[in-house]
Design a protein around this ligand. Structure first.
Ligand SMILES: [Zn+2]
Length: 466
């Protein structure tokens, strides 16, 4: 892929003018915050195209990584301008020690896989050393993106062509946002916020067929968007617990980590019912998001990791799940859950099967799609939801329809939606609004697809694609 195939060109005079503006703003910040450290953060991209969807995504990902490294620092001020033709840029003013912060930003530039595409400059107005260089702290000068020699000398003699630079940047992009994507060792706060944001984003997306959103409670008489907000916040302590269980787990048998998370999940269900006055808003996600958070915390406890490792860990955690819950569970003849009934009647393994295969719908279908989807967040999420709905054996939908025959209908609706242009076209949007009304009339709902969307948004935030 070529990430430079679109985007407006900018010229040298615009770049120089923007540099002037940046310098002026930086001086203002230094005067306003004389004892603080000013951080200037921008992409460093050669050639005329300095901003487009791809470059904005790289910037946003880097910004999240930088902020997650600053947890615990007092941030006095921040400003971001993401849409400039001359490239996205941001400023931060923080309280802290210049040398410690400089080391942190050097790590960002060197260790974060996209860090080489950024310039992070630190200025301490009052410090006797106004700026520190990499060499001052014993680090090598920045190396060239292409040949690993001293970057300054390559620029000076124009050692490389723009095409060479584009090839390297394209491959950095493709390697980072691939299926086996890089997972930064995010701190607990970042992970918990990603989980809560995913829950709240999903309920805000509108119009979702039969589902609750701020304008309509869909086919659910007992809940509104407010119920979901209450429920989401009530789950925060559980997400923290799941993270800590994963982070602190030392054993080798990951099924016992799963059992710990499941026990915590039973408590979390009580917290949910208390917050919603007895309504099941998030039972499926207590299960699936809890597993995902614990697995993520487990694999990133000593450093960054990859999506492939996350999937292996989820599979190892849930290795016995279908056998114990569905097969033995049925033999014991206790009261059956909806999932167990569907397994008994139709051999559908539902959410347990999805977990045991490490969520293929999320990793293989929805997440790559969302990464490429364009438009406003609501559009990208609606399209992703309809894609999921067309392929998932949604247990809520089957239960409400009374038969898995509904899945063929759902596949056809999804295909028609995309044939009409999806959220990008008026016809697609009208189709979806009508489908929502049909779902309400037939009392149908896409609960399973909505849960899958939440898991997808959660990971997309950590990947930096939303
Ligand atoms: Zn070079």
């Amino acid at each position: 892929m070529n990430i430079f195939s679109k985007g407006k060109s900018t010229d040298l005079s615009a770049v120089l003018l923007q540099r002037e503006k940046r310098s002026h703003y930086q001086n203002q910040l230094e005067q306003r915050y004389p004892n603080k450290i000013v951080i200037s953060f921008k992409l460093n991209i050669p050639g005329p195209i300095k901003n487009n969807d791809y470059l904005a995504r790289i910037f946003q990902t880097g910004w999240r990584v930088l902020l997650s490294q600053l947890t615990g620092q007092v941030i006095e001020h921040s400003r971001m301008e993401a849409n400039l033709n001359t490239g996205p840029e941001a400023f931060l003013v923080v309280t802290g020690n210049l040398s410690a912060l400089k080391q942190l930003t050097i790590k960002f530039e060197d260790n974060f896989p996209l860090g080489r595409l950024f310039d992070v400059d630190l200025m301490a107005g009052q410090d006797e050393k106004y700026q520190l260089s990499r060499q001052d702290l014993g680090f090598a000068p920045r190396t060239c993106l292409i040949c690993n020699q001293d970057a300054k000398s390559c620029i000076k003699i124009q050692r490389h062509s723009l095409m060479e630079a584009y090839q390297v940047i394209n491959s950095l992009y493709a390697n980072y946002y691939q299926e086996n994507f890089y997972l930064f060792n995010w701190g607990e706060d970042t992970v918990i916020n990603a989980a809560l944001t995913a829950l709240l984003d999903e309920v805000t997306v509108t119009p979702k067929p039969g589902l609750v959103d701020p304008a309509s409670n869909g086919s659910h008489q007992d809940m509104t968007a407010f119920t979901f907000i209450e429920s989401s916040l009530a789950l925060r302590p559980y997400f923290v617990q799941a993270f800590e269980l994963g982070h602190n787990f030392q054993g080798t048998d990951l099924t016992s980590l799963f059992e710990q998370v499941r026990q915590a999940g039973i408590q979390a269900e009580q917290a949910m019912y208390l917050a919603t006055q007895g309504v099941n808003t998030h039972k499926g996600l207590i299960f699936s998001l809890g597993i995902m958070i614990a697995a993520l915390a487990q694999i990133t406890r000593t450093g960054p990791s990859h999506a492939g490792k996350l999937r292996q860990t989820i599979q190892a955690m849930t290795a016995n799940l279908v056998a114990t819950d569905l097969q033995q569970g049925l033999a014991e003849q206790k009261a059956l859950t909806a999932g167990q009934q569907q397994y008994q009647r139709y051999q559908l393994t539902g959410i347990r099967g999805e977990a045991a295969q490490a969520f293929p719908m999320v990793f293989e279908l929805a997440l790559p799609f969302l990464g490429q989807a364009t438009g406003a967040d609501n559009q990208r999420y609606l399209d992703t939801l309809m894609l999921i709905a067309g392929q998932l054996a949604d247990s809520t939908l089957i239960k409400r329809a009374g038969s898995p025959a509904i899945l063929a209908e759902m596949r056809a609706w999804s295909a028609e939606y995309f044939a009409l242009g999806g959220s990008q076209r008026e016809a697609g949007r009208t189709f979806l609004a009508n489908l929502d009304q049909d779902f309400i009339k037939r009392n149908l709902s896409l609960g399973g697809a909505a849960d899958t969307l939440v898991l997808t948004i959660f990971l997309a935030r950590l990947q930096g694609v939303v």
